[in-house]
Design a protein around this ligand. Structure first.
Ligand SMILES: [Zn+2]
Length: 294
């Protein structure tokens, strides 16, 4: 759909459903059951726009609008509200996936300056080897990833670093135990070494139901992560699963953001497409090198 037509259609839909959104908001307020929103961005930059980037100006507009309508909270607070089974006010948490160097120019300094809690999910192979992501190479724009020093600086500045696998692998494909260890367990240890932070959260690459399998979820909790995040576009209702938080894709722009975050009835009524079981016993799972040497 052409962007202008899509924007007009979204505005019409927003107008048509406004009364329903207002009654939902009243109900959330009366029951202390506001859903928690978790947004995910990838790259904030003015060059090479695509569907996983947003301009510097639009990103700042997002922050301004969010600041007027939501309380910014950490991922840990979002998880805590889920466990508590109550959320008294509308909250939002900002996350980024992949680890693009361009985010160091405007987005991250602006988030740090405003004191907005932010989670930054890093794909370690591209940072370590300083190679571009295949999806950018395929578009003819090999973009720079962050460096290890930048990741360390962000952690020092209070940004919460999370894991986004080693090689941006699709966990929906058949993987061996050794591959799961490399992509989940070793990444946690590596990021902890780089940052000195405890790495508590994991973001699945691609993040849709077909990309998230029980065997990977099992390894995530065996490895000691506290929760994982997906990208299916839903809200997190208090009392729902606190091991897994759904996120909303924020790159597309202002009209889509406002439409979704004013409690788009399609998003608030949709049942979760995710169903997992959890074993929280931390077995102190061995790293990849330990497994290989056995
Ligand atoms: Zn990614």
């Amino acid at each position: 759909m052409p962007p202008l037509f899509r924007e007009t259609a979204l505005q019409a839909y927003l107008h048509m459903t406004w009364r329903h959104r207002q009654s939902l908001t009243k109900r959330f307020s009366a029951r202390k059951s506001f859903p928690g929103a978790v947004l995910f961005y990838h790259r904030v930059a003015d060059s090479f726009p695509n569907s996983w980037s947003i301009s510097n100006k639009n990103f700042v507009r997002h922050l301004d609008w969010l600041q007027q309508h939501f309380e910014f909270v950490s991922l840990a607070d979002t998880v805590a509200d889920q466990k508590l089974g109550a959320r008294e006010r509308p909250t939002v948490h900002i996350t980024f996936d992949d680890g693009y160097a361009d985010n160091m120019i405007v987005a991250l300094p602006e988030l740090i300056r405003r004191g907005i809690p932010t989670s930054y999910f890093v794909t370690t192979q591209f940072v370590e080897d300083q190679i571009p992501f295949p999806h950018d190479v395929a578009q003819g724009h090999p973009l720079a990833p962050n460096t290890i020093d930048e990741i360390r600086c962000l952690a020092d500045a209070g940004i919460v670093i999370g894991a986004h696998s080693h090689s941006h692998i699709d966990f929906g494909k058949p993987l061996t135990r050794v591959e799961l260890i490399r992509e989940i367990v070793d990444v946690r240890k590596k990021l902890q070494d780089w940052t000195g932070q405890s790495i508590d959260y994991f973001a699945f690459p691609y993040g849709l139901p077909g990309n998230i399998v029980q065997s990977a979820v099992d390894v995530i909790f065996e490895a000691g992560y506290k929760a994982f995040v997906s990208a299916a576009g839903g809200f997190n209702f208090p009392g729902d699963d606190h091991h897994h938080l759904q996120r909303i894709h924020a790159d597309p722009g202002m009209a889509a953001l406002i439409n979704w975050l004013t409690y788009d009835p399609r998003k608030t009524m949709r049942p979760s497409p995710f169903h997992y079981t959890y074993s929280e016993t931390n077995s102190g799972l061995s790293s990849h090198s330990d497994v290989v040497s056995q």
